[in-house]
Design a protein around this ligand. Structure first.
Ligand code: MG
Length: 157
């Protein structure tokens, strides 16, 4: 078994969609980034790559490459799944924590879990997504950005 950890931050700006775990969230702002800036999936990708010692998302999908401009991070996650498979591992479980003051994410959690499970081709009970605020402290608390941490466990194929 191998354990991996991922962490990512993106800035909240106007005139961008807010996409978290492949789910479009109703909000007046969205995350800024080269791809769709799905901070939750980026942390998950980094955790999976980290667990099999394959570097990080920036190494595999550089933000200088126009090929990845505006790309759905669901596509990146699918590619990461293949990299992990080639390295000889499959996902055992993932636990994703999204740190976000606003908007309330509770109504979207179940769909987020379904989205991730379907891309990774695992059961729903292998994926946990949760959200927390920071009691208005720090950049997440003031609404400047959203961060996500993630841990995963991989097992041999
Ligand atoms: Mg990112």
């Amino acid at each position: 078994m191998r354990i991996g950890h991922g962490y990512d931050v993106h800035k909240l700006v106007e005139e961008r969609d807010l996409i978290l775990c492949g789910e479009k969230i109703e909000f007046e702002k969205g995350l800024l980034g080269h791809s769709d800036a799905d901070v939750a999936l980026h942390a998950l990708c980094d955790a999976m790559l980290g667990a099999c010692a394959m570097g990080d998302i920036g190494r595999h999908f550089p933000d200088t490459d126009m090929k990845y401009k505006g790309i759905s991070s669901m596509i990146l996650l699918k590619e990461v799944k293949e990299i992990v498979k080639k390295a000889g591992y499959k996902l055992s479980n993932a636990d994703i924590t999204i740190v976000c003051q606003r908007p309330k994410l509770a109504p979207y959690i179940e769909n987020m879990q379904k989205n991730v499970a379907s891309v990774l081709d695992v059961n729903k009970d292998q994926i946990n997504v949760k959200a927390t605020t920071t009691e208005k402290l720090g950049f997440e608390g003031t609404g400047e950005g959203i961060s996500t941490t993630c841990v995963v466990l991989l097992e041999n194929l």
